[in-house]
Every structure is written in C-alpha cells, then in structure tokens.
Design a protein around this ligand. Structure first.
Ligand code: ADP
Ligand code: ADP
Length: 231
C-alpha cells in the first residue's frame, strides 16, 4: 500500500518532441525516504513536480492517499496542502519576515488562528536553530538559513510527505551540511520524503530507496547498497 503511486506517467513538451517522462511507474510508502538521482535532463525534476501536479502529466496517473489526483475532477489544492515542497531557489516572499512567511499558509489555507500558527512556527523554527531569526527578512539570511526556513514553511502545513527539488544546489558549499542535517533529522523522525539531489552521501546514508533515472525513465531502483555497491 503506497502513500503515492504513479502509473505509466508520461510528460511530453513541445508537441511531443521532448519526452521528459516515459512511462514512469513506482510507489512511495509512508515513512520511506526515496532519493532520485540521475544525469541532468533525465526527468528527475519533472517527475517530482508531477507528484503534486505542478507539472500536469501528458498521460498516466498519480494516486495520492488512495485518490487519483490526476483525475481532472479532483480539487488538487486540497491534496497539494498535504505535500510540502522545497525548491532549489527557496521561494520565500521577500517582503515578508520569516514568521509571516511561515504563518501565511496555516492562517489562509488551514484557517488557524494567528497565535496558534505563530506558536507552531516558532517551535519548528527552534528545531532548525533559527528561533532568533523570526523577525528577519529573507534578504538578511544566508542561503542555508533561507532554505531551513523554506523547509519549516512546508512543515507548518503539517504535510504527509515532503518533496525536495535539489534543495542544496543553489547553496555555497559551507551551507550544504546544515540543510542536509535538517533533512536527515526529518527522515529520522519518520517523515515520508522524496528528494532529488546530487548529494550522493545523503542518498547513501539517508535514502531508504534510490531511484536512478535516465532519459525520462527509471533505469534502476533499490536500496542504497544495491545501487551504489554493485559494480
Ligand atoms: P532533471 O531534473 O533530471 O535535470 P528535467 O525534469 O528538468 O530533468 O527535464 C527533463 C527534460 O525535459 C529535459 O530534456 C528538459 O530540457 C525538458 N524540459 C523540462 N521542462 C521543460 C519545459 N518547460 N519545456 C520544454 N522542455 C522541458
Ligand atoms: P532544474 O534545475 O529543476 O532541472 P532547469 O534549470 O532545467 O530546472 O529549468 C528551469 C525552468 O525551465 C523549469 O521551469 C523548467 O520546466 C524549464 N525548462 C527546462 N528545460 C526547458 C526547455 N528545454 N525549454 C523550456 N523550458 C525549459
């Protein structure tokens, strides 16, 4: 039984001249940490973005919590709230301070009270070591701090799964570790995670399953040791 399942997902661009996904079928179980690796242009980001329909597949289906969300009759916003997403470029609102970035979604979409949303946000900020930056604006933060805030923002929505699209690729090397540490502790806490990354050490140490993509297809999947230790 899967939390998210994809069946024969295809994504074509430019009238079919670009095949970004070619019949991708797989499943992600609750509590699983799946790391997606593969060369640039192999479809990793398209696959990840298809899971919450940021990219609408050309054909095939995505089943999330037992519901076929690719069915045009479903209200994707209801399901998307349950899928936290973290991007390479943070995507924080620059004109809002950290706390307001964190509470906007819970207040607007989950109808939480301001005080409840702030209390929850501050607790989560504390866990990533940033409680003292609640009043800062994104421009006043380092890249590593911004990405930790972006992770907390997703967590404030109380998601059932977290999707990460190359979360450390835009960071200076000295800040990569602090973000991977937060992701590692999330994984250890039992969060279901799908992570597109080039960080092979993270894939090996934190991934429960590794999916290797090439040319829009899954060419290998298995435990880290099956993927990395076999010649
Ligand atoms: P990866 O994340 O593995 O680098 P992507 O999923 O970003 O791969 O891209 C897969 C393929 O689809 C690439 O050939 C890329 O150029 C192409 N592609 C991605 N997005 C678009 C788009 N909006 N329009 C046209 N081609 C796209
Ligand atoms: P990523 O780092 O996630 O693979 P890219 O830097 O390849 O993303 O692409 C950035 C944006 O450009 C994405 O929105 C993607 O959909 C789009 N894109 C990627 N490749 C193409 C392409 N060949 N034609 C048009 N848009 C593209």
């Amino acid at each position: 039984n899967y939390l998210i399942e994809t069946k024969n997902l295809c994504k074509h661009y430019l009238d079919g001249s670009v095949v970004a996904l070619d019949n991708v079928s797989t499943g992600i179980k609750s509590g699983e940490v799946v790391v997606i690796i593969g060369p640039s242009g192999s479809g990793k980001s398209t696959f990840l973005r298809s899971l919450n329909l940021l990219e609408v597949p050309t054909s095939g289906s995505v089943i999330f919590e037992g519901k076929e969300i690719t069915d045009p009759k479903t209200d994707i916003n209801v399901h998307r709230r349950k899928m936290g997403m973290v991007f390479q470029q943070f995507n924080l609102f620059p004109h809002m301070n950290v706390l307001d970035n964190l509470t906007l979604g819970p207040i607007k979409l989950l109808k939480k009270s301001k005080s409840e949303a702030e209390k929850n946000a501050l607790e989560l900020l504390d866990r990533v070591g940033l409680k003292d930056r609640a009043d800062a604006y994104p421009s006043q933060l380092s890249g590593g701090q911004k990405q930790r805030v972006a992770i907390v923002r997703a967590l404030c929505m109380n998601p059932d799964v977290m999707l990460f699209d190359e979360p450390t690729s835009a960071l200076d090397p000295e800040m990569v570790g602090e973000v991977l540490d937060v992701m590692k502790s999330l994984a250890e806490g039992g969060m279901t995670m799908v992570v597109v990354t080039h960080e092979m050490r993270f894939a090996r140490e934190v991934g429960k399953r590794v999916i290797f993509m090439a040319d829009g297809a899954i060419v290998e999947e298995g435990t880290p040791s099956e993927i990395f230790d076999n010649p």
